[in-house]
Design a protein around this ligand. Structure first.
Ligand code: VGL
Ligand code: ZN
Length: 215
């Protein structure tokens, strides 16, 4: 299958940060492996945006902020169920930095998310209270973007939530599966991929991509 890019596409690179790569505070298995395919993918797109998980110290999503809870526990917050995580991507720390090998020269927007103390945000579009917008949908609409092509970390959390919200918000959505890595087990990842497909999200490989109109 050939995927031809268009000038109304945005490549959305999700959370390729030190803490999600090997040695980081919330390392995704093989996380760093997304850097090379994403850097290559950038050559095929006229527009690239990246997200950066950017939590204040003591963030509500950190297990350390709740007495007698451990990372990966689920708790009920005012807005619903929330998984608790090790402290990660604390704003201004080296763990929150974009991976140093990710190309930044073509990046037009760096969207920070998860910066409200009381609300986590997996999605690049709507925070975990499922109400608070990040502003990204408005940004993309104002710029005439019609299709969002997602890659990054983690496939089963921030990439998935971003892709599903993008569909709900009226964008065409593609996920570049080989340019993502996941936190969960293979059966969990397979379920996540099936759920995204059921939402109308195309699951493609970076090898399918060719540049459309020269831009
Ligand atoms: C993420 C858990 C917590 C992600 C961010 O980028 O997928 N996951 N914060
Ligand atoms: Zn986070």
């Amino acid at each position: 299958m050939t995927f031809r890019t268009s000038s109304s596409d945005m490549l959305l690179v999700v959370d390729v940060q030190r803490d999600f790569c090997e040695g980081g505070a919330l390392a995704v298995p093989e996380g760093k492996a997304v850097v090379a395919p994403i850097n290559a993918l950038m050559h095929h797109f006229d527009h690239v945006a990246i997200t950066q998980d950017w939590h204040p110290a003591g963030h509500i999503s950190f297990a350390s902020s709740h007495t007698s809870h451990n990372p990966f526990d689920m708790i009920e917050l005012g807005y619903g169920l929330q998984t608790l995580w090790p402290d990660h991507c604390v704003r201004g720390t080296s763990g929150a930095e974009i991976h140093p090998e990710l190309r930044l020269d073509p990046v037009e927007l760096v969207l920070r998310k998860g910066f409200r103390h009381e609300i986590d945000s997996y999605s690049a579009f709507i925070e975990n209270d499922r109400q608070t917008p990040t502003g990204l949908a408005g940004y993309l609409r104002e710029r005439g973007i019609e299709r969002v092509v997602c890659a990054g970390l983690a496939l089963d959390y921030c990439v998935r939530w971003s892709a599903e919200d993008a569909v709900r918000l009226g964008f065409e959505v593609v996920v570049m599966v080989d340019a993502c890595r996941a936190i969960g087990t293979q059966p969990q990842v397979d379920k996540a991929i099936e759920a995204m497909r059921a939402d109308g999200i195309d699951m493609l490989a970076t090898g399918d991509v060719v540049r459309g109109q020269p831009g």
